[in-house]
Design a protein around this ligand. Structure first.
Ligand SMILES: [Zn+2]
Length: 69
């Protein structure tokens, strides 16, 4: 199993960033869908990425790391 890319520190304040994965359940036309939602946020300031629902967290980590200096 491949290891996950490392999260860079927050682009604003340099504090540690955290990846949160939550289970999402929603209903579309009577069908219950279950998926995962990923979001990265700073542990100190309000900076965060938009959540990606149903995608894989690697893409979100790559997007966060592009913002980090
Ligand atoms: Zn921050």
């Amino acid at each position: 199993m491949a290891s996950k890319p490392k999260l860079k520190p927050c682009p604003c304040c340099g504090a540690k960033a955290k990846l949160t994965t939550t289970r999402e359940t929603f209903e579309v036309r009577g069908t219950v869908m279950r998926t995962w939602s990923h979001q990265i946020h700073c542990t100190r300031c309000p900076v965060q990425t938009c959540g990606i629902v149903g995608g894989d967290s690697d893409k979100l980590i790559a997007a966060w790391n592009r913002r980090a200096k």
